[in-house]
Ligand binder design. Structure first.
Ligand code: KG4
Ligand code: ZN
Length: 347
């Protein structure tokens, strides 16, 4: 089966053609393209929804054209269309949804609405010419760490998603972005903090590890942001520009976030006896997070594998939406598809 997939929940316009055969346990990316308005947002330190949606209106048709041309596909060669219907920014989601509905009507193709968060999980099933994904075994635990979410989700099988816990305030990616902004970094600051942290000492500042020992699987990162703000405010403007200072704050902040994510993920994985841990979302690209999880699983000799998407597929993209649709093939009458900016998991 061959799907055209569209993702426009935030600032990116992601379009892909993906394919799956019944005897394969992965989804092959035939073509994928990403148009980003990031450079416009970098200057402002965060996403401006109106600008994001306007850029998506301009970018979506050229992106669809590009994947069709690259694969020399006609609409006839497609079996269905998949599109993100939430969560996300309403204006951005509408661009994708309305385009997908129009194409579905014109080309007479089934339309599959996809939850963006489930899309992130399914990035773990994507294959390219260069690499096949590791085999996911159930039950699996997904840690979704993105700009808007920090969730632990238990998957007993495809299509079964049980929310174990989520953030009570800021998401992990949001904490990286907000603290980065305090250090003068452009949006998104997560990857920059990761780079700067390499030169820093993670023990320079003893930042809080919020809720690390709470019995539940919830998270909270706003206290960490406040602690970082207090520390940064103690310093003069010159000191704040100092590379060593920036590297030490970056390293200590990253260590605090990674420590909490690792502890809670391992606790949940043990409690639910999972066979695989799946990393998902932009923060899953963080190498320190990957390393610490691997180390913990190996130190405790836990019988589970850790799977993470290729780094470029951790952040928003169209292919992951196509993969989620192929494993959860539920086309819906296009008149019944409604954008849901607050969409979440059933708890
Ligand atoms: O999944 P995503 O592309 O968008 C949302 O659905 O939110 O995630 C974007 C988030 C941003 O907060 C960004 O700073 C963070 O992922 N991020 C990282 C890294 N790469 C992206 N955070 C830490 N380390 C990274 N390497
Ligand atoms: Zn996302």
């Amino acid at each position: 089966m061959r799907i055209l997939a569209i993702e426009t929940s935030c600032d990116e316009t992601g379009v892909a053609i993906v394919e799956k055969t019944t005897n394969q346990d992965h989804v092959f990316i035939t073509s994928t393209i990403l148009a980003s308005s990031l450079t416009l947002h970098a200057k402002t330190g965060g996403i401006i929804p109106e600008i994001a949606a306007r850029e998506q209106v301009k970018g979506i048709i050229p992106c669809i054209d590009a994947v069709l041309q690259e694969t020399q596909s006609t609409p006839d060669s497609l079996d269905a269309i998949a599109v993100t219907y939430g969560p996300g920014l309403i204006g951005s989601l509408l661009v994708g949804i309305e385009t997908a509905k129009t194409l579905s009507y014109l080309w007479q193709k089934p339309l599959i609405p996809v939850n963006h968060l489930i899309g992130h999980i399914y990035a773990n099933f994507l294959a390219t010419k260069e690499s096949l994904p590791d085999h996911v075994q159930f039950p699996a635990l997904a840690l979704i760490v993105s700009g808007g979410h920090t969730d632990l989700v238990l998957m007993k099988n495809h299509g079964s998603f049980i929310l174990l816990g989520g953030t009570r305030d800021d998401a992990a990616g949001e904490a990286f972005d907000k603290i980065g902004r305090l250090l003068g970094m452009p949006y998104p600051a997560g990857p920059i903090i990761e780079q700067k942290a390499k030169q820093g000492n993670p023990k320079s500042f003893n930042f809080p590890r919020p809720m690390i020992n709470s019995e539940d699987f919830d998270f909270s990162f706003s206290g960490l942001k406040t602690a970082a703000l207090r520390e940064i405010q103690k310093h003069t403007e010159d000191e704040k520009q100092d590379e060593t200072f920036i590297a030490n704050i970056a390293s200590s902040v990253q260590e605090a976030i990674v420590a909490v994510l690792t502890k809670k993920t391992i606790d949940a994985a043990k409690k639910y006896h999972v066979a695989s841990i799946l990393l998902a979302g932009g923060v899953a690209a963080n190498q320190r997070l990957r390393e610490r999880l691997h180390k913990e699983v190996s130190n405790q000799k836990l019988p589970m594998n850790i799977i993470a998407p290729q780094k470029s597929l951790c952040t928003d993209n169209g292919a992951m939406i196509g993969a989620a649709a192929l494993y959860n093939y539920h086309p819906i009458d296009l008149n019944k598809i409604i954008v849901d900016p607050e969409l979440y998991f059933p708890s």
